[in-house]
Design a protein around this ligand. Structure first.
Ligand code: GLU
Length: 278
């Protein structure tokens, strides 16, 4: 078993991260496996070396150890882009200049049962040759699904909420995911769920252990894994740590930052207790 913790260094780790990282670490160690650390730092505006240093300090304080060097996604941006462009040779990418406002205006009615607006395909007929500086790149999901028509788009989930074999339904994917952005507007930086899918494969991750909020991205990651011929790991989406009002913790919840507890004299065992992992 090889697991990983993949934080984005955009703020301090809080109790929700503590739960995630201890779980991934302990599951790997209990199985005699490996545990890796990866900084998902492609958001160059928001990621800071100080946050990365604090993450490493917090993890060491928690008594966690990782195997090998820390992987930084910011070192791999050129490689991600080169890999992404191979999808163009298969006619699966198109440039897109739409703003959020353009997309909202084109969606005549609110889309029911969909968490994020599904892109209505305004730029779908454009070729990559018409890409202007600043355009995003989108996946033509309909075409991608027809390329993958004979493949088994499934994944194994072992987390508490969705446990069991999950089947990616192409119709549902079209209705709820649509033509996702794979390279962000103006930045030439691949989307998090693509970079993460590449790295899980490159790092030989067998079990992705992460918060339940990321369950909804898994179908698109499975589709991308098949497009790039990458293996699909087992997924374990765990419960989220919530505050007393039932709201899940966010980076700005500094009051629950691990650093704060450390400064207040808590021990690593206290943190394990607080998240129910003693
Ligand atoms: N970088 C993501 C986050 O901090 C985690 C992605 C993942 O674990 O797959 O939320």
């Amino acid at each position: 078993m090889r697991t990983r913790f993949a934080p984005s260094p955009t703020g301090p780790l809080h109790l929700g991260h503590a739960y995630s990282v201890i779980l991934a670490h302990d599951m790997a160690r209990a199985a005699g496996g490996e545990f890796l650390l990866r900084m998902e730092d492609t958001d160059l505006q928001r990621c800071r070396p100080e946050w990365e240093a604090l993450i490493i300090e917090d993890l060491a304080w928690l008594g966690l150890t990782w195997d090998g060097d820390v992987l930084r996604q910011s070192d791999k941006i050129a490689t991600y882009n080169a890999r992404l462009e191979t999808l163009d040779e298969r006619g699966l990418l198109y440039p897109c200049s739409c703003t959020r406002g353009d997309i909202r205006a084109a969606l005549s009615a609110p889309q029911e049962g969909v968490a994020h607006p599904v892109y209505p395909g305004i730029c779908r007929s454009r070729t990559l040759a018409s890409r202007l500086p600043g355009d995003a790149l989108r996946l033509d999901l309909g075409k991608a699904l027809s390329v993958l028509a004979r493949q088994d788009l499934t994944f194994t989930e072992t987390g508490p909420t969705h446990c069991g074999r999950q089947v990616v339904d192409p119709e549902l994917a079209l209705a709820t995911i649509g033509d996702v952005v794979l390279s962000r507007k103006g930045e030439d930086i691949v989307a998090y769920f693509l970079a993460s899918a590449f790295d899980d494969a490159d790092q030989g991750i067998t079990h992705v252990i992460r918060g339940e909020d990321l369950f909804e991205f898994t179908p698109i990651q499975v589709i991308l894994q098949h497009l790039f011929d990458l293996p699909t790991p087992v997924y374990h989406h765990h419960r989220l740590i919530r505050d007393e009002n039932g709201k899940r913790l966010a980076k700005r919840d500094d009051a629950r930052a691990i650093r704060k507890y450390r400064e207040d004299g808590a021990t690593p065992a206290d943190i394990r207790n607080m998240v129910g992992l003693s």
